[in-house]
Design a protein around this ligand. Structure first.
Ligand code: PEP
Ligand code: MN
Length: 379
């Protein structure tokens, strides 16, 4: 095997272009022609590792669930033809065995699997005595403990080259991203396990091509070690995740831009402060989403409540009392004259609110000060 990028020395494959690891390739391996064509087009972008899913854990049955074992040899051949090590996702010990038989260079554990300690333990047991790098994606839910637990299980099986992959989290708050970045979680992982390299997967965070560049940029700005980005030679025809895959040309352009920006930004940026602002921005986005959800529910209440049988004074008083108590406990409200109470708009970062939406919110707060459900309902 003539591989210029060895996988037996961790730093050889992790650290690559501009000190960053770049993993790229399609969401799914679909045919030998597709994986080889995509790999060849990715070579000029200096990717570190070629990815391609073989078994696809789909949320609902009935969609493309991966090409299965026969795709492993296509993936490996594409890697050999382009001098790239190859990686795929494993979800069972049988997958691990098939990958080892096919000489796949790197394995990764997907988000749905990381969520289940029993599944992770079975995979870890099947890796005992095997020397292969393993990438571990964060669990679906924002639970750092599960992520750390999966890393520990795999390391205890004797795997020394472990990499974490931040692919965003699924939460009950609807968001513009498919999975929310919640940057404080990968940063806390960095704090707790500084020896573990962390890559970011902006494709699964974004869920569309739209935000991949800004998320990739944020990942490098917060100091993560590289990126895993889905790239397909004809994204519009992809059998899985078509909306979030980039063509190899788009990938090359995006990577060049992101790396250039991060090189010029690193020296001047106060990283810690930037990370705090990123958390403020995420919370602001949540507040706005929750408030607008609340408003829409109140509108429904309003619509189904007539003047006469509207909310009673007693119910309204109890709603006010419980909300006031919650706000006081969280130290949002002032204690009389010395500290005036905060309005919602005071809690939002200036940058979050454009001129118009700020005016709208301030107006609604003024209205909600009047003791009427109707005024509150129009907030
Ligand atoms: C993938 O990388 O294609 C994948 C299925 O990822 P995740 O586990 O992050 O959803
Ligand atoms: Mn995918």
């Amino acid at each position: 095997m003539t591989q210029s990028k060895e996988v037996d020395k961790f730093s050889h494959w992790l650290i690559h272009r501009a000190g960053k690891c770049l993993v790229a390739g399609p969401c799914s391996v679909e045919s030998e022609e597709q994986i080889l064509g995509t790999a060849k087009e990715l070579v000029p972008s200096d990717v570190t590792l070629l990815r391609g899913g073989i078994w696809k854990p789909r949320t609902r049955p009935g969609s493309f669930e991966g090409i299965g074992e026969r795709g492993l040899s296509w993936l490996k051949r594409a890697g050999r033809a382009t001098n790239l090590p190859v990686a795929t996702q494993v979800a069972t010990p049988a997958h691990v065995q098939q990958c080892l038989n096919a000489e796949i260079d790197v394995l990764w554990i997907g988000a749905r699997t990381t969520t289940s300690p029993i599944a992770v333990q079975e995979i870890a047991d099947s890796l005992a005595g095997v020397d292969i790098p393993v990438m571990i994606k964060n669990p679906m839910n924002p639970d750092l403990g599960l992520w750390i637990g999966a890393i520990e299980r795999v390391r205890r099986a004797g795997i020394k080259r472990v990499v974490a992959v931040h692919r965003g989290f699924s939460t009950h708050i609807r968001h513009k991203y498919r999975n929310r970045p919640l940057w404080n979680i990968p940063l806390e992982l960095r704090h707790r396990m500084p020896e573990i390299p962390i890559l970011c997967d902006p494709s699964h965070i974004s869920g569309t091509q739209l935000y991949i560049a800004s998320i990739a940029q944020a990942a490098l700005d917060v100091g993560l070690d590289g990126l895993m980005i889905e790239s397909h030679w004809h994204p519009e025809a992809a059998l899985s995740d078509p909306g979030q895959q980039l063509s190899p040309a788009q990938f090359g352009e995006l990577i060049g831009q992101v790396i250039r920006n991060s090189e010029s930004a690193v020296a001047s940026n106060d990283r810690e402060l930037g990370n705090l602002w990123r958390q403020v921005d995420e919370i602001d986005a949540d507040l706005i989403t929750l408030l607008s959800h609340r408003v829409s529910i109140l509108r429904q209440v309003e619509a189904s409540t007539s003047e006469e049988n509207g909310i009673s004074r007693k119910t309204w008083a109890s709603i006010c009392a419980t909300r006031l108590m919650a706000a006081t406990v969280r130290q949002l409200l002032g204690n009389g004259e010395s500290k005036p109470g905060l309005c919602v708009s005071d809690c939002l970062h200036r940058r979050t609110l454009s001129g118009e939406s700020r005016k709208l919110l301030l107006h609604s707060e003024t209205n909600s000060n009047s003791d009427s459900m109707t005024a509150e309902g129009t907030a």
